[in-house]
Design a protein around this ligand. Structure first.
Ligand code: UT7
Length: 336
């Protein structure tokens, strides 16, 4: 009997501090009107305080997931943390999260594919379930983007926010769960979206700090064009090869980078706005938090058997789309 990896629960967490467009108007030369019309974002959450890393967000999201699903931490086999802003270069943030929630009988590791990490981690975690190797895999997306955002760079500081979301993957033999995926990278995209310093190529020095090289560097318009085309391409490809017409798709679950990219993807799929999960207006781009935060916000509306098409795009370039059949009638609560 074929085993598929079904999502059997969702947890989420966003920090309390709300950074509004109005506050950003006081920090850089921008307007609420520009931000709203160019990105769809009204506010985002920021994790404040000393020594607070992405793990703080991840721990809250995974704890909620364990509580909601009644999962004993001892029964978890594997935890994968999708993150671009790990607490430290090493050890893995996944280990810190596991320790924080009492998962001690598993192994854990981080996966970094920029904004596509959550999707790639979901596909990776699913393999361990599909092969029958493991029974409970936690995939958590957690990013503290405010730690690498330059709040003097008006094109970038308006986009990002902090947040985390987590899902539990368990075996299913009734055809629910992850059914297909198209995952891609294009390494030449490196030059358009990256963080110059802090890694092994350019370790931190006073000069790298003075040159502001520890922040996100993004050529927005180039990234935008590539994102619009590639996210729509893979989402359409996943529909086509699974013979899904637009009526068959219950929800598009897109990475929340820019509302205009989301609209373009939905248009290409022929899916109306009522079927598109959207929370960019409240959280901005939380990188690997976006997709699980959407699942958490919309969980109560999801029904067993719903066809979901997930799609993401990120630095690298990385992008992909996952087709999954939702496994339960949702009754969860929204994050925040
Ligand atoms: O999640 C990972 C992948 N990342 C993405 O998917 C992000 C993709 N890119 C974007 O979403 C958009 O490119 C941005 C939102 C980052 C920027 O929007 P844009 O429409 O592409 O703006 P632009 O960079 O082409 O700049 C257009 C103009 C420029 O002014 P001039 O040179 O035409 O006079 C910018 O200086 O808009 C200006 N501008 C702003 N004006 C007011 C840029 N940022 C702002 C701002 N407020 N915050």
């Amino acid at each position: 009997m074929k085993i598929t990896a079904a999502i059997t629960g969702v947890g989420a967490y966003v920090p309390d501090y709300v950074l509004t467009n109005q506050e950003l108007e006081k920090m850089v030369d921008t307007t609420d009107e520009w931000i709203t019309s160019r990105t769809g974002i009204k506010e985002r959450r920021i994790l404040k305080g000393e020594d607070q890393g992405a793990s703080v967000l991840g721990i809250r999201a995974v704890q909620q997931l364990l509580d909601k699903t009644g999962t004993n931490p001892d029964d978890v086999d594997l935890l994968i943390c999708a993150t671009t802003t790990p607490d430290m270069l090493f050890p893995a943030t996944a280990n810190i999260i596991s320790n924080g929630v009492g998962i001690t009988r598993a192994f854990s590791y981080d996966l970094n594919a920029a904004c596509s990490s959550f999707l790639f981690a979901l596909a990776t975690g699913a393999q361990f379930i599909q092969t029958g190797t493991y029974k409970k895999v936690v995939v958590v997306g957690a990013d503290k983007m405010s730690s690498i955002v330059d709040y003097t760079d008006r094109a970038n500081c308006i986009i990002f926010g902090d947040g985390a979301g987590a899902v539990l993957l368990e075996p299913n033999t009734e055809g629910y769960g992850l059914l297909d995926q198209v995952l891609r990278t294009e390494g030449s995209g490196e030059s358009y979206l990256h963080q110059k310093a802090g890694g092994s190529r350019r370790p931190p020095t006073h000069e790298t700090v003075d040159r502001r090289e520890h922040y996100i560097y993004q050529e927005g318009a180039t990234v935008f064009k590539f994102a619009v085309k590639s996210m729509a391409d893979v989402a359409a490809q996943v529909m086509e090869r699974n013979h899904l017409g637009n009526d068959d798709v219950a929800w598009l679950v897109p990475h929340q980078a820019n509302k205009r990219i989301i609209d373009a993807t939905a248009n290409r799929m022929g899916v109306g706005p009522e079927k598109v999960m959207l929370n960019i207006q409240r959280y901005g781009n939380t990188t690997n938090g976006t997709i699980p935060l959407c699942l958490a916000d919309y969980e109560s509306q999801l029904r067993r058997g719903d066809n979901l098409v997930l799609a993401a795009f990120g630095g690298g370039f990385t992008w992909g789309s996952v087709y999954l059949k939702w496994a339960y009638d949702g009754a969860g609560k929204a994050a925040g």
